[in-house]
Design a protein around this ligand. Structure first.
Ligand code: GUN
Ligand code: ZN
Length: 430
C-alpha cells in the first residue's frame, strides 16, 4: 500500500466559525503531516521523522495545506463565453449563453472544452464542482468521462429546457426525462461521479417538464436537483407570469416537490420572507454566486437573513456568469457583496464556506471538504507570498486570519502552489 505524507502548515474546519475568535471551529497545525493511503487521509498529526519511514514525502512548508476547494454551481459549457459584455441576465442568456451552448451539439466540441475546463479547475485549486452541462447528453458524457479519468468527485447533469430558448437547445418533457434517466444510469455512482437532475429554471421549463422533474427526483432520491431561483427582477416577474398559480418563485418549485436537502438553488437573491422560511424548512440550499451577481447586476445576496431563516448556504463561481474560476476571487467578492449589505464575512467563515460549508451543502461532510481520517485526499496548497504585492503584505501579517484574508483579497490561481486529487499531485503535473 502506497503511503504519502504532505508536510506543511495545515488548516481544516470542524464547524462553522462563530466569529474570528472561534478557535474551536478549526484545527491548525504549524508543522503538520497529512498521511495519505490509497487516496484517502488516514491521519492528520504533527510532523515527526518517525512518520516518514516508507513514505513518499512532499514538503510544502511554509505553505498552507487545506481541503481542496468546492464550487457548488457553474456551467462548464459556458467556458468559451465567460467575460461576455451584457447588461442583465436575460439579455446575456439570449445573446451569448444560448449561442455558446448550441455548439455542444457538434460531436467532439465537448471533449475539447471539457479538458481545458478541468485544467482550469485544478489550476485554481478546485477539486470538486457541481456543473450544468448543456441540453445535449454528449456534453454530460464528456463531463463525467473526464472526471473519471482524473479521479475527481464531480457532480453535474444535463440541462433540461423545453421552452423560451432557441429551438436547437430545446428538449421535451419526455426526452428530457428519458435522457436524464439514461444518464443517471450511466454516470451516477460510477467512479466518484454523482448526478444532478437539472431543470434550468422555471422560465425554460413547461409545467409538463416540471412534472417530469418531480418524477425523476422521486425515482432517484439520492441524486441532487439543481436549478436557478430569483436571480434577477425581470426573471422573477416572468416566472410569476408563467406560473400564476404559484405563491411566489420558490413556490413554483415547491408545487412540483423540488425543494429538499438535495436541492441546490442558484442565486436566491430576491426572496420574500415566506420563500426564505420555506427554504429553511425544506433544507434546500441557497447558492451564493457573488462574482456573477455583481457582473450581471443581479443583486446582493442576503446571507444574514437567510441564515436567520435556517437556510443552508453554498458558495460558487457560476461560470460563465461568474467572472473567475477562482474560489479565492469568489470569496473576495462575497466579502464585498456582504459589505454592501452591512454584513461581515470573516476570513474564517469564508474559507469554511468553500471547504466544509460546501461539503455540508452537498451532504458530503466526511468525504470531501475536511482533512480527517477517511476523507478523500483532495487538497489545495496555498502560497500567501505568490506575488510581490502579496509578499509585501505578508511581511506584516501576524495571524492566521490575516493570512487567510490576504489570500482571499489578493490571491488567485498564482496562490495555488499545488492541488491533490485523491492523494495524487494534480496541478504541477498539468
Ligand atoms: N438562469 C438560467 N440559466 C442561467 C445561466 O446559465 N446562468 C445564470 N447566471 N443564470 C441562469
Ligand atoms: Zn447558473
Amino acid at each position: 500500500m502506497s503511503r504519502t505524507i504532505l508536510r506543511g502548515r495545515v488548516l481544516t474546519f470542524l464547524d462553522e466559525p462563530q466569529g474570528l475568535e472561534d478557535t474551536e471551529s478549526y484545527r491548525y497545525l504549524e508543522d503538520g503531516a497529512v498521511v495519505i493511503e490509497d487516496g484517502k487521509v488516514v491521519e492528520l498529526t504533527d510532523y515527526s521523522p518517525a512518520l516518514a519511514a516508507g513514505a513518499e514525502i512532499f514538503d510544502h512548508r511554509p505553505h498552507l495545506i487545506m481541503p481542496g476547494f468546492i464550487d457548488t454551481h457553474l456551467h462548464y459549457v459556458q467556458s468559451q463565453m465567460i467575460a461576455s459584455y451584457a447588461g442583465s441576465l436575460l439579455e446575456w442568456l439570449n445573446t451569448y449563453t444560448f449561442v455558446a451552448e448550441q455548439k455542444f451539439a457538434e460531436q467532439g466540441h465537448a471533449d475539447h472544452v471539457v479538458s481545458a475546463f478541468y485544467d482550469e479547475l485544478i489550476r485554481h485549486g478546485t477539486t470538486t464542482a457541481v456543473a450544468y452541462c448543456s441540453v445535449h447528453p454528449q456534453s454530460v458524457d464528456a463531463y463525467f468521462a473526464e472526471a473519471e479519468k482524473r479521479n475527481m468527485l464531480m457532480i453535474g447533469g444535463k440541462v433540461m429546457m423545453d421552452r423560451n430558448a432557441p429551438e436547437p437547445l430545446l428538449d421535451t418533457a419526455q426526452s428530457g426525462y428519458d435522457d436524464t434517466t439514461a444518464l443517471i444510469a450511466r454516470w451516477h455512482g460510477r467512479g466518484r461521479g454523482l448526478y444532478a437532475i437539472s431543470p434550468r429554471f422555471a422560465l425554460t421549463s413547461t409545467p409538463e417538464q416540471m412534472e417530469a422533474t418531480r418524477a425523476l427526483v422521486g425515482e432517484h432520491p439520492d441524486c441532487y436537483m439543481q436549478t436557478h431561483l430569483s436571480e434577477n427582477a425581470a426573471e422573477v416577474t416572468y416566472a410569476m407570469e408563467l406560473y400564476p398559480q404559484a405563491k411566489d418563485y420558490a413556490g413554483i418549485y415547491e408545487d412540483y416537490g423540488l425543494l429538499s436537502p438535495r436541492s441546490l438553488m442558484g442565486h436566491a437573491i430576491h426572496l420574500s420572507h415566506r420563500e426564505a422560511k420555506l427554504m429553511g424548512e425544506t433544507g434546500a440550499v441557497a447558492v451564493f454566486c457573488p462574482t456573477s451577481n455583481l457582473f450581471l447586476g443581479s443583486g446582493l445576496f442576503d446571507h444574514q437573513r437567510l441564515r436567520q431563516c435556517g437556510v443552508r448556504i453554498g458558495v460558487a463561481t457560476d461560470i460563465g456568469g461568474g467572472t473567475s474560476y477562482s474560489m479565492l476571487r469568489t470569496l473576495d467578492e462575497a466579502y464585498k457583496v456582504l459589505q454592501l449589505r452591512g454584513q461581515r464575512l470573516t476570513p474564517l467563515n469564508a474559507f469554511y464556506m468553500t471547504t466544509l460549508g460546501n461539503a455540508r451543502a452537498l451532504l458530503l461532510e466526511g468525504t470531501i471538504g475536511s482533512i480527517m481520517p477517511g476523507a478523500s485526499a483532495d487538497l489545495v496548497v496555498l502560497d500567501a507570498r505568490a506575488t510581490p504585492a502579496m509578499a509585501l503584505r505578508m511581511s506584516t501579517v501576524e495571524t492566521l486570519a490575516e493570512e487567510l484574508f490576504l489570500l482571499q483579497t489578493l490571491g488567485d490561481d498564482r496562490s495555488v502552489a499545488e492541488a491533490y486529487v485523491a492523494g495524487a499531485r494534480a496541478k504541477s503535473v498539468l
